[in-house]
Design a protein around this ligand. Structure first.
Ligand code: FDA
Length: 384
């Protein structure tokens, strides 16, 4: 069968690219090896899909070329996707920090995309392995179909048990595109013996400012039995390189708060002062790490300041991350150097496109990754 375009991968990027191209009259085949489209959409945002972020801007993405995402994000923005969501009558809410979720279920987003594909006359073939890709006379041959245009939308290798693979990189390399080394991102850290103390507080979460190098995020940190997680940690993990320390400020204005506690309750111990602001188990663990055994009234300024210094820069040395098995996204991927930022087309291979997570553009936590899937998908869909 002959089509105008074959799109590989029925995730968020592939579905919206297919619908966009179909709406403009292109005959589109969308292929996926999974038995259902949009599986990651279905499990996203705790089943409610954090489908975009009101604050989306190129600064919220990591890439070797930090400007690459600008064009696609501005040509199909968070407001455009929100208009589509509203046109389908999907009720949404802003949870925090500009993050938009469905009031109902992530299934509504998949249903919306499938309806858009249906309107565009897109043919969707599921449970279909991609197999060998032929390329001759300007036409791509895949799974018994052929087209002059091929879109790589097979995502990255994070969460392989959901069917994620590195197929995008194999195809890219085969056509001479560079691949920026893929690495797990938005991923928990593992800690070793030196940070053992914190294993005892597994399950405790607290507001924090997490920092890696010059990058800092103010959100919650969760202590786990293996290490560190929670939104602040996932955010900084995308910027982390092996060997780098991660620091946490768990108490804003710690020096001021400790002095005030000393004035107000001089007979109390540090643990009690900390427990006014932090979960009890964390307060206990920190007080024992700081090691001030006297009543606060007997603690000198310098010692309180030393304690405040520890609380504002608790330093951890992760032994690694939980890897692709637990990473919400993959950073790195098909290099933007060989792609048009306007259309996502490979400059050197006429008719080849790459979109979504497969490309070296990775968003922060909070709806940014889906917005990239939508924006890059529409960019390619309009060009087909
Ligand atoms: P995606 O991975 O969605 O789709 C790729 C498609 O290609 C899949 O359907 C897959 O089956 C198919 N495929 C892969 N290999 C293939 C092969 N060899 N042959 C054929 N088909 C193949 N982001 C966000 O913005 N808000 C959120 O709330 C969340 N939440 C979230 C939760 C969890 C648990 C995860 C793992 C991830 C998120 N994300 C997220 C990230 C978001 O899911 C991700 O960035 C997008 O789904 C990427 O969309 P793509 O379409 O590029 O790839």
């Amino acid at each position: 069968m002959s089509y105008d375009a074959i799109i590989l991968g029925a995730g968020g990027a592939g579905l919206l690219a297919a619908a966009t191209a179909g709406a403009a009259g292109a005959r589109v085949l969308l292929l996926d090896h999974a038995d259902k489209p949009g599986k990651k959409i279905l499990i996203s945002g705790g089943g409610r899909c954090n489908f975009t972020n009101l604050g989306t801007a190129a600064e919220c993405f990591l890439s070797e070329n930090p400007h690459f995402a600008k064009s696609a994000l501005s040509r199909y923005s968070q407001w455009d996707f929100l208009a589509l969501v509203e046109a389908h009558g999907i009720v949404w809410h802003e949870k925090t920090l500009g993050q938009l979720f469905c009031d109902g279920s992530a299934r509504q987003i998949v249903a919306m995309l499938l309806e858009e594909c249906r309107r565009g006359g897109v043919e969707i073939r599921l449970s279909t392995p991609v197999g060998e890709i032929g390329h001759a006379d300007g036409r791509f041959h895949v799974a018994g179909a052929e087209a002059p245009q091929l879109v790589i939308a097979t995502g990255g290798p994070s969460i392989p048990k959901m069917g994620a693979t590195g197929l995008a990189y194999q195809i890219a390399r085969r056509f001479g595109l560079d691949v920026v080394t893929p690495r797990p991102a938005l991923v928990p850290f593992t800690l070793g013996e030196a940070d053992m103390l914190f294993r005892t507080i597994s399950g405790v979460s607290c507001p924090s400012v997490a920092r890696v190098g010059d990058v800092a995020f103010e959100e919650a940190t969760l202590f786990t039995h293996r290490g560190l997680s929670g939104p602040a940690i996932l955010q900084v993990s995308s910027y982390w390189s092996p060997g780098q320390p991660v620091s946490l400020n768990v108490l804003a204005d710690a020096a001021g708060k400790l002095r005030e506690a000393r004035r107000r309750m001089p007979r109390a111990h540090l643990k009690a002062a900390l427990a006014e602001h932090l979960p009890t188990r964390l307060a206990e663990a920190l007080a024992s790490r700081i090691g001030i055994a006297r009543e606060l009234g007997n603690v000198a300024d310098a010692e309180l300041d030393r304690a405040a210094g520890i609380l504002s820069a608790l330093t951890f040395h992760p032994t690694g991350t939980e890897g692709f098995a637990k990473a919400e996204v993959t950073a790195g991927g098909i290099s933007t150097a060989g792609l048009s930022s306007k259309t996502m087309a490979a400059r050197a291979v006429p008719g080849l496109y790459a979109i979504g997570e497969a490309v070296d553009v990775t968003g922060w936590l909070g709806g940014y990754n889906f917005q990239w899937a939508w924006s890059s998908g529409v960019a390619a869909g309009r060009a087909i």
